[in-house]
Design a protein around this ligand. Sequence first.
Ligand code: IPM
Ligand code: MG
Length: 359
Amino acid sequence: MTQNILLLPGDGIGPEIMAQAVRVLNKLKTDGLDIQWDTALIGGCAVDETGNPFPEETLKKCRAADAVLLAAVGGPQYDSLPREQRPERGLLAIRKEMQVFSNLRPAVVYPELVEASTLKPEVIAGLDIIIVRELVGDIYFGEPRGIEQRVTENGEERVGFNTMIYNETEIRRIAHSAFKTAQKRNKKLCSVDKMNVLEATQLWRDVMIEVSAEYPDVELTHMLVDNAAMQLVRNPKQFDVMVTGNMFGDILSDAASMLTGSIGMLPSASLDANGKGLYEPIHGSAPDIAGKNLANPLAMILSVAMMLRHSLNQTEAADRVDNAVKAVLAKGYRTGDIMTEGGIKVGTVEMGGAVLAEM
Ligand code: IPM
Ligand code: MG
């Protein structure tokens, strides 16, 4: 049966890197993979055309697809729009609507890129960790939220507020996803919270411990988020799988990305309860380099590989894409963000072409 993919190029460098992903998909299709794709709007380009960063039409197409591939959203020209119209709202809405609560963010250091990291080679060489970030709850979505005029001890003034909230069901389902991820790897899971201060994360820790009873083969440890941030740059190889809430996961995954040399290398998968997923590079729309053929398309192409693996069950095709990326790095091709001594500097299109040639 033909599998349907929805492509969401979005804004900034999004369309450029998506074009490289499409070349990869075309190659796979030509070689016999039974896939087809459609395109839709999200983010700033959707606001420009429809006034809504996540139009109804895009939601319909998401529901009909077997997997969704998203490039990036956002740009400075949208920062002054009302909050509901900002591109980031489109991103949050698609995650919520698709209920992709389990966000897998691997951080892998390729041997050829050890020198591209700002950290010492011995700290990061061989690093292979994965952050499992809860993606549809926490302070990102908690109510009440807002900015209001209120009477405080200082008189009347503006007050800004958000709500950090998790129910047991939300914690339990991400726990299962993380334990299962750990079972497929080194069977070590570190749960990150701030239970010394925040009740919501005390519950997080309690539920993690409860669920761990069902996974006796996985060793569960706990770490406070401030310490986890420090340990990630001090000795990241102590980790294998980390699981944490939406906001802590946002922050820790950016820190983890820099261990690998460039945020331009990191793909992600966000999965719902049935394994249907939304796949996106973890970097943003990089408006400063958009349209200049400078962006690194590898995180986008690696997101295609994750999609093939996790939602489309095409392990062989996924390996083929992953291996092509490894080969390209081994041959020395580099975009600006991952430039190393003696590297062959290429642009977005040439990097896509190099991956294609390896396939
Ligand atoms: C990410 C991004 C988003 C987030 C932004 C763009 C809303 O930083 O995917 O990590 O905070 O989740
Ligand atoms: Mg982020």
